[in-house]
Design a protein around this ligand. Structure first.
Ligand SMILES: Nc1ncnc2c1ncn2[C@@H]1O[C@H](COP(=O)(O)OP(=O)(O)OP(=O)(O)O)[C@@H](O)[C@H]1O
Ligand SMILES: [Mg+2]
Length: 267
């Protein structure tokens, strides 16, 4: 049985189908990139993997168990609008991330001291130990993003979920973050899901690239059908040509015009 098993998963909100018939097997340690037009349900799929919400149909198991039985702890998550607390120092942000894993949500006494030491080890790992006493506002975008990743890694998750994690960063900082993530992967057996609007990034970092899209389309009722995985690419060589995806999905082009309602005519 594969590490992560997604079987015929459907999700709908208020009678509107968002995701349908998603089936996927992921081995432990794989890096899965997810691309697709805006609004097609990529973030929704990550929330299902996080067990933040339940699918209306289908099952998701992690290591053979129901995804909802082991909430959070095994899964770290980083969203583009990162979740660092502005009123806490860099170190306190890491300690807080750990505190959220305790029953009460807060740590006291000796537990707090060891937590601080662990936080400092993580800060050294992500290269932020020299700014441990500073507040996030005084950090660059790349440093804040590293802090957000540090928070997500605090619980040593087996699965890291990244939702457009590098979208807000300048190209140079982005490449630094790619290297950082690649190093982390080499050291851990983390399984990673990354949603990205940048195809080059998706292929560079991913072992696999999944394309989400609606294969069925009713012009009378655009909300009738949901999106599913319409393409899957082996990206282990890091740079397969993806021009034909760009041709089909203009919204994925760098600096594309604002996306029209419908990006892809049915095949
Ligand atoms: N909790 C919710 N309740 C109702 N509708 C929702 C909810 N969450 C998402 N949606 C709708 O589901 C659809 C898919 O949203 P989702 O955020 O998953 O798309 P996405 O692929 O991540 O888009 P983007 O690339 O813009 O981030 C959208 O039409 C959105 O409005
Ligand atoms: Mg999204």
């Amino acid at each position: 049985m594969s590490f992560i098993q997604v079987r015929d998963v459907w999700q709908a909100y208020g009678g509107r189908s968002i995701i349908e018939r998603v089936t996927l097997d992921v081995s432990e340690g794989e890096f899965v990139s997810i691309v697709g037009a805006s609004g097609c349900g990529k973030s929704t799929f990550l929330r299902l993997l996080l067990a933040d919400e339940r699918p209306v149909r289908g099952t998701i198991t992690v290591d053979g168990g129901d995804v909802a039985v082991e909430p959070g702890r095994e899964r770290g998550v980083v969203f583009q609008r990162y979740s660092v607390f502005p009123h806490l120092t860099v170190r306190e942000n890491i300690v807080a991330a750990e505190g959220f894993n305790t029953a009460s949500g807060w740590l006291f006494g000796a537990a707090k001291r060891t937590s601080r030491e662990r936080a400092d080890a993580i800060l050294a790992r992500i290269g932020l130990n020299h700014v441990a006493e500073q507040y996030p506002a005084s950090l660059s975008g790349g440093m804040q993003q590293r802090l957000a990743i540090g928070q997500a890694l605090t619980a040593k998750p087996r699965v890291l979920l990244l939702d457009e994690p590098f979208g807000a960063l300048d190209p140079g900082t982005r490449v630094q973050m790619h290297d950082f993530l690649t190093e982390l992967r080499a050291e851990t057996k983390m399984t990673v899901f990354m949603v990205s609007h940048d195809l080059e990034e998706a292929f560079k970092l991913g072992d696999r690239v999944l394309v989400f899209d609606k294969p069925r389309w009713d012009p009378q009722d655009p909300g009738l059908y949901g999106a599913t995985i319409t393409y899957e690419f082996d990206a282990r060589d890091g740079g397969m040509p993806y021009q034909h995806i760009l041709d089909r999905y203009p919204s994925l082009k760098p600096q594309a015009e604002p996306a029209p309602e419908r990006l892809l005519e049915p095949a």
